[in-house]
Structure formats: C-alpha cells, structure tokens
Design a protein around this ligand. Structure first.
Ligand code: GLN
Length: 448
C-alpha cells in the first residue's frame, strides 16, 4: 500500500498536492510489519496517510507553505500524527497548503498552488488543499489538515471528499503550527465516513501537552450505525438562497429529501449572526496570527536574510523576504486591530460578536440535533480568479467561520456536482453541538 501511494504521489506531482515526500516511508511500513508479526493489533496497520505541512513529523521538513520555514526540519512529531502512527499509519507526504494556513484556494503557497484533481484549471480550495487533493485523487485514503475558519471543510467540498472540523479541543494541537490558536483544530479528510470514524477513534482525546484538549471518550466507530431516524435537522435560513450557486441549492434540496425519506424531521432555523461572521472572524484570527507569527524573526530557526545590520534591520529584512503578501496583510490587519485606540472598536467588539454567535448556536440546538448549510456557496473557482481580490476570497468562507468562532464540530459531506463546464463536486455542511462529533459521522454514514 505504501509503495503504491508513493507511486501515486509521483504520478500526481504535476498537481502539486505535496510539498515533500517522506523518504523513509517504506522503512516505516516495515516497522509496522514487525509490530504486526509481534502480535499487535493496529486499527490503521500500514495505511498510507498525508499530513498538512503545518503538522510536525519528526525528521521531515515542516514548511507551512512558507519560505520562512523552507529549511526547517521538525525535531518532534505532533500528537495527532503520533497517535495515527501508533495505530499503524505511515506518513508518506507533507501536503501543500496556503502559507501559514491563510487562504481559501492554496494559491498563497510559496511552493505553487495545488490543483484540483477534477479539473486542473480549478483551485483545490484551502488552506488544506493538498491534503484534500491527496484523498480526492486516491493517493491515500485519509489525510490530515487544519481548520481555523473552514480550511478542512471548504477544500473537502471543492474536491468531493469528507472533511471534519472537530469540536475545539477534541484533537490535540500540540505540534500544529499555530495560526489563530483559539480557532485552530486538526481535522481529517477521507473518502468514506467509516474511515473518518476509524481515524478519529485513533486520534482524538486529551493530551497533557495541549492544555485546551478535552477529556471525552471516543465512540466514533461504535456510533456509525446510529442512523437519522427521528433526528431533527435545521437548515440555516441565512445560508439559503441568495449568493448560492444553483448546484449548491440543488444539493441542499436533495439532502432535505434524502433525510426525510430516511425518517428524519427537517425544519428551518435562524442564525442571525451569520452576516457578521466574516468580519468577526478576521478581527479575531488576524490579531492572534500577528502575535503567533512574531516568532519568525530570522534569528533562531526561520529563514534569515543575507543582509546584516542590527537586530531590527536583520529581522525586518528576514520577514520582508520570507513572508508572502497574504501573510503580511494579515499581520498588518491584526496589529492594527490590537493597537491602542482601535482595540475597543475592533478586537473587543469582535469578541462580543463571538459570544453572540455562541448564543445563536445554543438557541438553535435547543430545537435541532444537527444544522445544515452549504459548505461553500459555490463549487471550485478558477486558479487566479479571486487571487487579486482578497475580500472576495474571504467571502468564500461565509458558511464555515461561525463554526470555529463557536468551537462546535462540523463536517463537509460530498453532495453532488456542478455540471456547468467541467463536473465539479459540491458539499453540504452538517453542524453539531460541542462534543457531538460522532453524530456528524454517523449522519454522513447514513447518507452514503
Ligand atoms: N480561509 C480562511 C482564512 O483564510 C480560513 C483558513 C483556515 O481555516 N486555516 O483565514
């Protein structure tokens, strides 16, 4: 399996799903063989996986899609990855991504954008575009991404695979390079709901190395057969109609009919804060990013500019040549929003909106078990189509960011195709209350 995955990685190289291939993957696989021969029972024995290049894997480069970390080799392994390896998985590649996970198309990667396996002139979505493409193109059955505002779910929708953003704290962030720490979650991609469940059983759970990780039993595989009979699904009114492509509206309609035919009840629910989601998200994510990215000063382990001079001159030159435009834009926005005089108007206002978002979800979950929105208002767009217009790129996440602000879990499920031009997948997003991640996977399984 590992050899075949490595071969597929080679064949798919023109689509650039990976930033690097893990050289000793076959050796890792033979270690798994030995463990099996010694009698160990492993849920993911020999399963080749790909992980986003912001997850540390000991001995591999972890670039975060940035020149700043082009030569950085991880001295340790992220907990999420380590747990999958403990279950027998073999990491064969590090996936392409938007620089520091900032983007919705993979085009901000310093190593060139990954392309959509369905149509190479289209984006994969982002920021975990390489991880999504690796599963969509059947290189690997499972991959890992990170989701701060939609970065697992949106590329999953654009490439026709499942993508789960777990409850905040359900998966350890230890070893995930931070973008916006209060929103970041590691999440899996898979082609089948059952594979998501197996992966989550191996990966989720408390970790002493991440103080925000939660204690909760993993019953993902066990919950798979729960079905949807009697469950209450609420379509989010503010995410319907205007702004959605006809193919996305049709996918929602099919989902509604399918759920009803399986014995679920279906209604509508209002999340009034949806219209403030993007504004609040950027006023919370960019301040956290500006703080998290302060460590790349070109002194200890990030790229240092050749230009000498004192600390400030050297640091400025290093950051100027290491970071791409989108990362610089985010650092400037975040620094601005935190400045004295603007803090109350922007950051502290956004934090109040965040509370209102959580209240909206709490109210909605009093009457419904699962909420439904599109994952994205449209199918994959063309490479270059939005890259000169940051605001329209930001708007692509209108349906996903609220979920991160509230910390609840959400799953993008493949839900058909857009048939204008080339055949492109569209996705539907299912949202559950905190710690009901299992419910989302069992719903997906019932719809499969
Ligand atoms: N596209 C969003 C952004 O650019 C979300 C990114 C993410 O989830 N990492 O910030």
């Amino acid at each position: 399996l590992v050899r075949e995955a490595l071969k597929a990685a080679e064949d798919l190289a023109p689509l650039r799903p990976l930033i690097s291939v893990v050289e000793d993957a076959e050796q890792q696989a033979s270690i798994v063989d030995e463990r099996l021969r010694a009698g160990e029972r492993l849920a993911l024995a020999g399963v080749p996986i790909v992980v986003k290049d912001n997850l540390n894997v000991r001995g591999t480069r972890t670039t975060c899609g940035s020149r700043a970390l082009e030569r950085y080799v991880s001295p340790y392994t992220a907990t999420a990855v380590h747990r999958l390896q403990a279950a027998g998985a073999v990491v064969i590649g590090k996936a392409n991504m938007d620089e520091f996970a900032m983007g919705s198309s993979n085009e901000s990667s310093a190593f060139g954008a990954a392309r959509n396996p369905w149509d190479a002139s289209k984006v994969t979505g982002g920021s975990s575009g390489g991880s999504a493409a690796s599963v969509a193109a059947a290189m690997v059955p499972v991959s890992l991404g990170s989701d701060t505002g939609g970065s697992v779910r949106q590329p999953a929708a654009f490439t026709g695979v499942y993508g789960l953003k777990p409850t905040y704290g359900r998966v350890s962030r230890y070893g995930l390079v931070a973008f916006a720490s209060s929103l970041d979650q590691v999440g899996p991609f898979a082609a089948y709901a059952e594979d998501l469940a197996t992966t989550m059983d191996a990966m989720a759970g408390h970790d002493v190395l991440d103080a925000t990780s939660l204690q909760a039993p993993n019953r993902f595989v066990e919950a798979l057969g729960a079905g949807v009979r009697g469950m209450r699904f609420g379509f989010v009114r503010e995410a319907l109609g205007v702004g959605n492509s006809a193919s996305v509206e049709a996918a929602l309609e099919r989902t509604r009919t399918l759920l009803e035919s399986l014995g679920a009840t279906v209604g509508e629910v209002s999340l009034p804060t949806l219209e403030y989601g993007i504004a609040a998200y950027y006023l919370i994510a960019t301040p956290e990013a500006s703080s998290n990215l302060a460590r790349y000063d070109g002194m200890v382990y990030s790229r240092r500019a050749a230009q000498g001079g004192d600390f400030n001159a050297s640091m400025s030159a290093s950051r100027a040549e290491s970071f791409g435009d989108e990362v610089k834009r985010r650092i400037l926005m975040g620094t601005y929003a935190l400045s004295s005089g603007y803090y109350d108007a922007y950051y502290s206002k956004a934090m109040k909106v965040r509370r209102l978002v959580a209240n909206d979800f709490a109210r909605a979950f009093e009457s419904f078990d699962v909420l439904i929105t599109p994952t994205s208002p449209f199918a994959a767009f063309g490479v270059g189509e939005k890259s000169s217009d940051p605001l329209s790129m930001y708007m692509a996440d209108v349906d996903t960011v609220l979920v991160n602000l509230a910390g609840v879990p959400a799953l993008s499920v493949p839900a058909g195709f857009d048939e204008r031009g080339t055949r492109l997948p569209v996705g539907v997003q299912f949202i559950a209350p905190a710690l009901a991640d299992e419910r989302l996977i069992s719903v997906a399984h019932a719809l499969e």
